[in-house]
Design a protein around this ligand. Sequence first.
Ligand SMILES: NC(=O)c1ccc[n+]([C@@H]2O[C@H](COP(=O)([O-])OP(=O)(O)OC[C@H]3O[C@@H](n4cnc5c(N)ncnc54)[C@H](O)[C@@H]3O)[C@@H](O)[C@H]2O)c1
Length: 290
Amino acid sequence: MTNTKKILVTGGAGFIGSHLCEALVKNPNNQVVSLDNYSTGRKENHILGVEYLEGETRDIGRLIDFTPDIIYHLGEYSRTSESFREPEKTWLFNVEGTFRVLEFCRTRKVPKILYAGSSTKLADGGDGRNQSPYAWSKATNTELIQRYGEWYGLPYVTVYFYNVYGTREIQDGPYATLIGIFKRLRKEGKPLTLVSPGTQYRSFTHVDDIVRGILAAAEKGSGDGYCLGPREMYTIKDVAEFFGGEIEWLPEKPGDRKTVAIDLSKTEEELSWKASIRLEDHIRDFLRDL
Ligand SMILES: NC(=O)c1ccc[n+]([C@@H]2O[C@H](COP(=O)([O-])OP(=O)(O)OC[C@H]3O[C@@H](n4cnc5c(N)ncnc54)[C@H](O)[C@@H]3O)[C@@H](O)[C@H]2O)c1
């Protein structure tokens, strides 16, 4: 008898997906396949031992010829402010893509799907979900997955990420993350560009903590509501000050949430998960090695 587990990671060539793949292939019983359209994913993120398929999640039924034991569904359009510029991509990648992934799960009787939700849904007293095409699509998908659970008995688990940082984060171009941009500017000796008013609150989570949380949720979790973030929140100006140096102010951006909310009760109780890496320590180590 073989214990081989067939695992599909959508978005496996992306930032978080590549770290997840790296953790999954460490177990020799796991057969890991990534489905990625390389919109933001990169071949340099490939991990030895993973099979990489290039394609859209909306074509999953045609591209995946096996029934995975679990799907880690991370392959979506992933940037808030850019989604105003690219609503069609956001719709195709997130709304249509995720619908097709769920239909694949339903028709192939996939035993479990883990969905990478966004904490933007919980920001600004719940209004965060409507503040950008991205946030709306991610929040809507968490509900569609809940409905598939109720209507069709699809076993699912939804985790919520809070501003993830760490190796392989995008540092350049329109899809770069805040920490990625600050690191690059600091390396280049340029002022840190800060979006006004600077008082926007965020929680930041190291990618190693996220991967640990994803694996724990896949193993022990069931249903919606697993927040994977630290209790500490910072304004983005606080973060710039951790990096130090000059600041160059940018105008306000549409869809830029002001506050953040986190309820860790389910995560701590059921997964015994807590963030273990602090942003200040990560930035201090980064500056020391600069
Ligand atoms: N990074 C964060 O702080 C954060 C916060 C909340 C939620 N998330 C979610 O986590 C997931 C991964 O985010 P990330 O930060 O690694 O971003 P990323 O952009 O690096 O990764 C997304 C990956 O999915 C691929 N992809 C996108 N749409 C696809 C599609 N339709 N078909 C196939 N592949 C597709 C991209 O090419 C990329 O490799 C996303 O679903 C994102 O919404 C991330």
